[in-house]
Design a protein around this ligand. Structure first.
Ligand code: BDP
Length: 713
């Protein structure tokens, strides 16, 4: 007896000593946390068995995902059957099942229907699609319902993606660094590929498939020619093989001068037949290794990258030559409109428009022009890019930045859903009211079939993938909006929070509230009232509105704020650069007058006196200071809210977020203080009543230096 007791005690101690798996964020929104007894029983009742006939790799992944998820949420593994019985999840495609009791028309190759049906008197949940990939997407939808506590009864859902190409752009370098990456080194282990293929690649594909992402550009837009060499094509092919069952295609960024660098051609002139032949042969070589290769992404004649303009050819000449090379294989070219040149003295916000607008209608039918959301560069807030609405004959692709180069990098909690939503919902008036940016990129406004959206990834080898738990929400939101640009950022935040933390409303409500105001808070403490591009040089970490000595004028923050003793802001009206004329007349008219310009974009479009009266009645200067303070205060509020969640969040993720919020608060204060110290040195105005003086003098802020800040290109 005593021996048995000792034995049991030892066993209990062993069990207690087993490491409980820490919530380190690796599982993202696919945690499948135990659902509790009642909910677990409900999920079990709807997933007693997984019934499916197909045996493709995609179908196998769908079944595996369901088994893993249901087992983890309920403690019971569903059976695997071919015929649906009571409580089955029935996965059906026309290829595997003769008569599917829901219409599949309109679902396309990637969409799905989920319906609660009665089959021979038995309740069954049918997930049906035209393809196995559609099934996989439907499975992830059902798992989202299961994870968020939604009803699993009487389902009648149909969903198909509104945008065809939903891509991540990795700015990952071949040496393992990531340009503007704040989550550690690249997840592509180029060195050990193609021989070693770690498990993380599959988890990457699962996560992306779960939000509908269907393509990934593996390498940096500032590309190296070597990405197109035979060994690197083999490495890319190894990744493509892993991603294929998840419906994810691989694409590559290309360097314009690759034919010269790799094979010694004398020129990269797109109209030179030898150059065209080189690209054709290269495309053939790639497609032999990767039969479903997606195509090329190109940054040309921008920020020092070579391009067709070096040979007096246009962007269209360049894009069309590449397009011809991939066309026989069904590939596409994504040509970036992020161009501006040091020898062009005109407002940087106009340059891409001036280059590309005249080329509308001149691109081959497998070319898309990829346009950043705003005309400068992923700032905390930018008006939508005027090219949206200005090139009806060209399919325009949206480029968002998921990685937060300008919004607090890895540590600030600034949920980007509202930023994405604001741009997608913006009305271009291209064809009258309601011509939203979303309708341009989903092709509906101008009748384009080729449609796309790209997000610059925030993924690295950090255990939590994105540098912070909350940054995962930006990846998630990008995918969800790419599938359906009409979703609300708030609804997406609710889903994400339920899956990432808990479906408990005591968690969801405060967390979502924090998230929803967080981007506006960053705008407030960094660049309120339409200011932009005031960050430090190179790494872009922290404030430096005083920088004025860099070689190219448009690299200097002073170029953007134009503050002087009399006022502040960039005059983009007729009396200034007239960038407003690039917008539809209905918008341009509104922007011509500061009184009818949204205050959130005021100093983007106008240079105004410091004592200009804002709508609140306060002066511009006082309003600026109040916004800085409001931003800092918001972060303090988030800290308090987060502290109140301590009992409801696991210790690991609680601690990370708490520490990061403290960093964010310190840095918000720094942005506020440095900006005020600098602008005050120019306008010599007193601070509004009650506002605190900056903690240090201007020289102290100017002397900050961060040679090792991450993400630098
Ligand atoms: C800017 C980044 C730079 C990128 C560039 C681009 O600072 O690292 O190379 O955009 O999009 O935002 O090409």
């Amino acid at each position: 007896m005593a021996r048995l007791f000792c034995y049991l005690t030892a066993m209990a101690l062993t069990i207690l000593a087993l490491p409980v798996r820490a919530e380190d964020g690796y599982d993202l929104w696919l945690r499948y946390a135990p659902a509790g007894q009642a909910r677990g029983a409900d999920i079990s009742a709807h997933a007693r068995a997984i019934s499916a006939r197909g045996d493709s790799a995609t179908m196998a992944s769908a079944k595996q995902e369901l088994q893993r998820a249901v087992t983890s949420m309920t403690g019971h593994a569903p059976a695997l059957t071919t015929e649906p019985a009571a409580g089955s999840l029935w996965l059906a495609t026309p290829g595997s099942t003769p008569a599917i009791p829901v219409p599949l028309k309109g679902l396309g190759a990637e969409g799905y229907a989920i319906r609660s049906i009665d089959r021979a008197g038995q309740p069954v949940t049918l997930i049906a699609a035209n393809s196995d990939i559609g099934i996989l997407h439907g499975v992830f939808h059902w798992l989202r319902l299961a994870q968020t506590g939604a009803s699993l009864d009487r389902l009648d859902i149909r969903s198909a993606p509104r945008i065809g190409l939903r891509l991540l752009n990795h700015w990952d370098n071949l040496d393992g660094t990531v340009e503007r990456g704040y989550a550690g080194q690249s997840i592509w282990d180029w060195w050990r590929l193609p021989d070693y293929k770690g498990p993380r690649y599959t988890d990457y594909a699962r996560a992306n498939a779960s939000i509908g992402i269907n393509g990934t550009v593996l390498n940096n837009v500032n590309a190296k020619a070597e990405s197109l060499s035979a060994p690197y094509i083999a490495k890319a092919a190894a990744l493509a093989d892993i991603f294929r069952p998840y419906g994810i295609k691989v694409y590559l960024s290309v360097k314009w001068t690759a034919p010269m660098e790799l094979d010694g051609l004398k020129t990269a002139d797109p109209l030179d037949p030898k150059v065209a032949a080189w690209w054709k042969a290269k495309a053939d070589e790639i497609y032999r290794a990767i039969p479903d290769f997606g195509g090329f992404l190109v940054k040309a004649n921008s920020e020092g990258q070579p391009g067709p303009q070096d040979y007096q050819r246009t962007h269209a000449d360049g894009a069309n030559m590449l397009a011809a090379a991939v066309k026989p294989h069904g590939g596409i070219v994504m040509w970036r409109a992020f161009v501006y040149a040091h020898d062009n003295p005109d407002d940087r916000a106009k340059q891409a428009y001036d280059d590309f607008k005249p080329l509308d209608g001149k691109f081959a039918d497998n070319v898309m022009v990829q346009v950043k959301n705003g005309a400068i560069d992923f700032q905390p807030r930018e008006p939508f890019h005027p090219l949206f609405g200005a090139m009806p004959k060209t399919p325009l692709m949206m480029e968002f930045q998921i990685t937060k180069e300008y919004l607090g990098q890895s540590t600030h909690l600034t949920y980007l859903g509202p930023l994405f939503e604001e741009t997608l919902d913006a009305d271009t008036y291209a064809k009258g009211t309601g011509s939203t940016v979303a309708k341009i990129i989903d092709g509906s406004l101008d009748g384009h079939r080729l449609t796309g959206i790209a997000g610059v990834a925030n993924i690295g080898i950090d255990r939590d993938w994105s540098g912070s738990i909350f940054n995962q929400a930006d990846w998630y939101a990008f995918g969800r909006l790419a599938w359906n640009p009409d979703l609300s950022a708030e609804a997406i935040a609710r889903e994400w929070t339920a899956m990432t933390f808990s479906p408990d409303p005591r968690v969801i409500d405060p967390v979502v509230a924090m998230m929803m105001g967080s981007r506006e808070a960053a705008v407030d403490y960094m660049t309120p009232l339409g200011l932009a591009h005031l960050m430090a040089t190179g790494h872009h970490y922290g404030p430096a509105p005083w920088v004025s000595e860099l070689a190219r004028p448009e690299w200097n923050p002073v170029y953007y704020h134009k503050a002087d003793a009399d006022g502040i802001g960039f005059d983009r009206t007729k009396s200034g650069s007239n960038a407003i004329s690039k917008y539809a007349p209905a918008i341009a008219r509104r922007l011509a007058d500061p009184a009818t310009t949204p205050e959130s974009e005021l100093l983007w479009f106008h240079h105004l006196p410091w004592d200009y009266r804002l709508k609140s009645g306060e002066t511009l200067w006082d309003g600026l200071v109040h916004r800085y303070d409001r931003g800092v205060a918001y972060v303090a509020d988030m800290q308090r809210t987060w502290e109140s969640l301590r009992p409801l969040v696991d210790p690991e993720r609680f601690a990370q977020t708490k520490a990061f919020l403290a960093i964010q608060h310190r840095e918000a204060q720094w942005w506020r203080d440095a900006s005020i110290a600098y602008f005050q040195s120019i306008n010599h105005l007193p601070l509004p009543a009650g506002a605190q003086a900056p903690a240090h003098d201007l020289n102290w802020y100017k002397a900050r230096s961060f040679p090792y800040a991450p993400g630098h290109n």
